[in-house]
Design a protein. Structure first.
Length: 113
């Protein structure tokens, strides 16, 4: 999609600090972090949202989740959140499937960093 910022990042026509990349997946920090560590894990293929997935996407969704797990381990996170927002009513702002990896709190209940 020509106007999709995540597609532009994937094809290197928009800048991002890439923390992980392979043939199918890209990961980079969220520009408006909601946690001390807030990484977005996105497929390079443009899929608008979870709601637009089909049976052909089972491999990519699994790869997104396992990539987030790998990044969390590399960052030393022992506890973290994985979040997919789906559609505007679900909080999705960018119309490109992405997983939020959130963590880095010492004590989530108190908000300590």
């Amino acid at each position: 999609m020509e106007n999709c910022i995540f597609c532009k990042i994937a094809n290197k026509s928009a800048p991002a600090q890439i923390v992980y990349e392979d043939n199918d997946i890209l990961a980079f920090p969220d520009i408006n972090p909601a946690a001390p560590i807030h990484i977005l894990v996105v497929p390079k293929e443009h899929i608008q949202s979870i709601a637009d997935m089909n049976g052909n996407h089972t491999g990519i969704i699994s790869k997104i989740i396992f990539t987030a797990k790998k990044i969390a381990e590399e960052k030393g996170l022992t506890g973290y959140k994985l979040v997919f927002n789906v559609g505007r009513e679900g909080g999705q702002i960018i119309d490109h499937l992405h997983l939020h990896l959130l963590g880095g709190w010492k004590n989530k209940s108190t908000g300590e960093v």
